[in-house]
Design a protein around this ligand. Structure first.
Ligand SMILES: [Zn+2]
Length: 277
């Protein structure tokens, strides 16, 4: 594997498939810094060899993946990131809640120490930083999650386990790093409120502007919201909240159904509209 990669004259990690044949590739060994020859003949598998012909230096595949990811992101000036469906990302990053978003990054640094954390990569926007963990043999564990949480750091994980060193393909790896979202996820901090998302109640009545509104949890965990007696003003309030959380109107039952994952948000907003006792 180590002979598949070298560093070019711009200090970028390149794969043998991207190198010009021979010494003209202008490449160096990433371990010992010796000049490398790109061997791209007919018989043997294409590889880099030291100019002196000494044995290949050993380099860990995970390190190579980090460097490759760094180079690819840096060359592209960013990467596509998954939607922020839990609305956890605040501040200056403009990440869509529903769709993948192109996250523009000014620069990427590798394995830089941030206090007691050493992320694989750190991407920088103008005024924010995003930690990028390239998962290959090791994933972010509870201890690292706790550290991220303590420092309020935003981290993205890219799962590159599928990119076997034996069959490394530059284009598919690039595509996964830059444009795919299937192998990426935001690492959110453990949520103490998880228990609250499945409340013990089955029905609660709140009073909004003197009108009763029934909040009922359905068997699959969705929330049914119904204004018991018709009132245009209260209906409008309920409709706005239901729509905010992707609720859909059920004509047969004259109620709104808010998906399970938004249940607690909808309940909180409805309670906030309720008349003070
Ligand atoms: Zn070397």
């Amino acid at each position: 594997m180590s002979t598949q990669f070298a560093i070019d004259h711009k200090n970028r990690l390149i794969h043998i498939s991207e190198a010009e044949r021979g010494l003209i590739c202008n490449c160096y060994c990433m371990v010992c810094n010796e000049r490398m020859v790109a061997k791209k003949g007919q018989e043997r598998e294409h590889h880099f060899a030291h100019e002196s012909n000494k044995a290949a230096c050993i380099i860990n595949h995970e390190t190579l993946l980090h460097q490759f990811a760094k180079r690819v992101i840096q060359d592209a000036g960013g990467l596509v990131v998954p939607p922020d469906s839990n609305r956890k990302i605040t501040g200056s990053l403009q990440i869509s809640q529903n769709n993948p978003t192109w996250l523009m990054l000014d620069r990427v640094e590798e394995e830089k120490q941030l206090d007691d954390i050493r992320p694989d990569l750190i991407g920088y926007t103008l005024d924010a930083q995003v930690l990028i963990e390239v998962a290959y043999s090791s994933f972010v564990d509870d201890e690292k999650m706790a550290k991220l949480e303590a420092r309020d750091l935003l981290a993205l994980e890219i799962d590159l386990r599928a990119f076997d060193p034996e069959y490394f393909d530059v284009e598919t790896t690039k595509e996964a790093i830059l444009n795919g979202v299937d192998l990426k996820k935001w690492l959110y901090f453990p949520e103490p409120a998880v228990v609250e998302t499945k409340p013990a109640f089955t029905e609660e009545i709140v009073t909004i502007k003197g009108m009763w509104v029934s909040l009922r949890m359905l068997p699959f965990g969705d929330l049914a919201v119904k204004v018991i007696a018709y009132n245009p003003e209260v209906n409008a309030i309920v409709k706005a909240i239901a729509k905010r959380y992707y609720g859909r109107w059920r004509q047969d039952y004259k109620n709104w159904i808010v998906p399970n994952r938004w249940l607690q948000h909808a309940i909180n907003d409805l309670r906030a509209e309720a008349d003070q006792a």
